[in-house]
Design a protein around this ligand. Structure first.
Ligand code: SF4
Ligand code: SF4
Length: 358
């Protein structure tokens, strides 16, 4: 009779199995991060002290816990950091940005909400690891404010921080979603890249429409169009409205000019397929949506969470920056008495841009 000898599972074998499963689950990269981010604490404190987080109080609320995985989730010994590309083809973004009558929507928001996709896959990954190592404590994070996602990904060698502050990977550029799995299992950490690859390039800093990249690697969110059109609840400061152009939900300019995005890959994920023709749609079409239209069409989209009024606010700014045509002026005039003070103020601003003051 043959006798089988069961060897204890080697950490390296577990780590490799995790990476193989992550790839099968659709992640382009998976690596294990050293959870010591103490080197990032001073920068984080300075960024918060400068007020660059704007109204995103949740960023300040977690304080230095964001750099301390084992304080954020007690017992954490390892973090698996993953990413998944999201581009899904569509009309050339430069073409849309150059046409003041069309609406530019950030490439990540053209399909279904990514949180669910990444969460479910990370959950599946956690279950597979549990099958291998036995019961363990874990927590899934996707695009989550309390986690210093880029630092963890960088630490694990999944890329480097670009001067626009986002993660860049040599094979995939930067158009991807990042997620993490915190585990109370000790695993061998992957090393950071030996070299970063921005070099002397400053294309993202030069291209930013609102000069939000105030120094290499530092973004003042209060000036960033992604913040102004997505995170900000109230009125968009007048000083930024003209520079926002036709960007009605987010902004990709710093990524579009980045040379590393020549290597960006499209995603095979069906959830990221462009919906409602959002890659090629006029400002007037979107501005004509009723609240019910917005709720029905944007259900399941990342755009849903900003709500109808912020959506109209952004579109009013876009229309204020559009070419003056009878259709644009008529659409704005139709909403000049809208029963929402903030939106009404933006509509009146937009009309003034077209020389209509009464
Ligand atoms: S997203 Fe747009 S506004 Fe924000 S830093 Fe990048 S280019 Fe500037
Ligand atoms: S545009 Fe240039 S400086 Fe900016 S992130 Fe890309 S490579 Fe780095």
């Amino acid at each position: 009779m043959t006798e089988f000898i069961h060897l204890p599972l080697n950490e390296q074998v577990i780590a490799q199995s995790i990476k193989d499963w992550a790839h099968k689950l659709g992640f382009a990269a998976a690596a294990i991060a050293n959870i010591d981010l103490s080197h990032a604490e001073a920068g984080l404190s300075q960024w918060l002290a400068a007020g660059y987080h704007g109204e995103m109080d949740y960023m300040a609320r977690h304080g230095l816990k964001r750099a301390r995985a084992a304080e954020l989730v007690p017992g954490t010994l390892s973090v698996i950091t993953v990413f998944m590309p999201y581009l899904s083809g569509g009309v050339d973004p430069e073409e849309v940005l150059a046409d003041t009558n069309r609406a530019y929507i950030s490439r990540y928001a053209l399909g279904r909400d990514y949180h669910k996709v990444l969460r479910n896959r990370l959950q599946e990954l956690a279950e597979k690891i549990t099958d291998l190592v036995g019961p363990m404590g874990y927590r899934v994070f996707v695009d989550s404010a309390p986690v210093l996602e880029v630092e963890l990904a960088k630490q694990a060698g999944n890329g480097w921080r670009g001067k626009h502050s986002l993660l860049i990977n040599r094979q995939y550029g930067s158009f991807f979603f990042i997620g993490e799995l915190f585990l109370d299992v000790a695993l061998p950490a992957d090393p950071p890249l030996p070299k970063e690859h921005c070099g002397q390039c400053t294309a993202c800093i030069d291209a930013c429409p609102t000069q939000a990249i105030v120094a290499p690697y530092i973004v003042d969110a209060r000036r960033c169009i992604s913040y102004l059109t997505i995170e900000l609840k109230g009125a968009i400061p007048i000083e930024f409205r003209a520079q926002i152009g036709n960007r009605v939900y987010g902004c990709d300019d710093c990524q579009l000019v980045c040379p590393w995005n020549r290597f960006a890959k499209t995603s095979p994920e069906t959830d990221f397929v462009i919906r409602h023709g959002l890659d090629d749609v006029s400002l007037l079409t979107l501005f004509s949506w009723s609240e019910t239209d917005f709720q029905q069409k944007m259900a399941g989209s990342p755009i849903y969470r900003i709500g109808y009024w912020a959506w109209l606010r952004n579109l009013a700014v876009g229309l204020g920056n559009a070419s003056t045509t009878p259709e644009v002026v008529t659409a704005l005039q139709a909403r000049r008495d809208i029963d929402h003070e903030m939106v009404r103020e933006h509509v009146l601003w937009a009309l003034a841009q077209h020389g209509v003051f009464d």
